[in-house]
Write a protein that binds this ligand. Structure first.
Ligand code: NDP
Length: 296
């Protein structure tokens, strides 16, 4: 019987635990605050930001909402980040990507105070993760680690195959899987668009993480019986419905389910966990900045 991993339920459990951490910080007058900065040409970004703000408010995290005109100069964005870095009432900063073409996203990431960098994209935080002493773990791979733990999937000694090598998913996922730590100790292969014979790699895996952004790239024929399948992909494909599209993952759910011992659905798998781990990092950031211990 294949287990369908319920990301909404696991995320809800994490949110409940975080709610008491938030209350404990608030009782010391240190209620966490996340600042979101929106300067994105992608219409979906506005929705993502408001979802993140709602998530925060639901568990008692305060939010600051900064919006910058799309054609404003880069200096406006950098000054905003500088102000938020200097503001002791702001514990966490998130600049929604993508940013307009005239702005160098790398400069944006490097500008954010690493202690407030709850996406964990600043080179200092990336470096700490690679070196084996992460401060913040990037939200999506951290969420996947938590999902695997909640499903009692042991990673130690297992063969993990990640399909995708992006900065935000594939690479940090690999770094977490190879850590000498709980949720790590996996023998890890990272595949990408130049990988020869992808199916021969995924068939060797105990755990497959699909993070390529290619609809239904991984199907049941590419899996071995008993594999744990984590589908990160969120892809819009045309559909004959009111919206004109539907969301599908990087995994062909129906055929993969026939082989998998456990599998995440899309939606309702990794997505809610990514959101929950942003809250986690915001609480952690507040704890680190205030020296108030909370049970994380
Ligand atoms: P990117 O486009 O940044 O990276 C995709 C990666 O997949 C690249 O490394 C690329 O290889 C690789 N790839 C592309 N095509 C193939 C292929 N045919 N075979 C093997 N590898 C391939 O994507 P992201 O990592 O940002 O996102 C991946 C997916 O996850 C998207 O659908 C995105 O929407 C979703 N996502 C979901 C989140 C969630 O919370 N559920 C969070 C973040 C992303 P190369 O490097 O060679 O180009």
């Amino acid at each position: 019987m294949t287990e369908i991993i319920d990301g909404n339920a696991v995320a809800e459990g994490i949110r409940e635990e975080l709610t008491s951490c938030v209350e404990s910080l608030a009782s010391d007058d240190e209620r966490p605050t996340l600042a979101t900065v929106l300067m994105s040409p992608d219409p979906a970004s506005e929705t993502y930001v408001s979802m993140k703000q709602n998530d925060c408010e639901e568990i008692g995290i305060e939010t600051r909402d900064v919006e910058i005109d799309l054609d404003a100069p880069a200096s406006d964005l950098f000054e905003t980040i500088d102000d938020l870095n200097a503001d002791d009432d702001v514990n966490a900063i998130l600049v929604q990507s993508p940013v307009p073409d005239h702005i160098d996203y790398r400069e944006v990431l490097e500008r954010i105070d690493p202690l407030k960098d709850v996406d964990a994209f600043h080179p200092e935080n990336v470096g700490r993760l690679v070196a084996g002493y992460p401060r913040y773990k990037p939200c999506t791979p951290h969420g996947i680690q938590q999902l695997l733990a909640a499903t009692d999937v042991e990673t130690e000694g297992k063969d993990a195959v990640i399909v995708g090598r992006s900065r935000i998913v594939g690479k940090p996922m690999a770094n977490l899987f190879i850590q000498k730590a709980p949720g790590g100790n996996a023998t890890t292969t990272v595949c990408h668009s130049r990988t020869d014979d992808l199916a021969s790699k995924t068939r060797e895996a105990d755990i497959v993480v699909g993070a390529a952004g290619v609809p239904e790239l991984i199907d049941g024929s590419m899996l071995t019986e008993g594999t744990v399948v984590i589908d990160v992909g969120i892809n819009r494909v045309d559909a004959d419905n009111e919206k004109g599209y539907e969301l599908v993952g990087d995994v062909d759910f129906e055929s993969a389910k026939e082989k998998a011992s456990a599998i995440t659905p899309v939606p309702g798998g990794v997505g809610p966990m990514t959101r929950a781990m942003l809250l986690y990092n915001t609480v952690k950031a507040t704890s680190l900045q205030t020296d108030i211990d909370v049970e994380l």
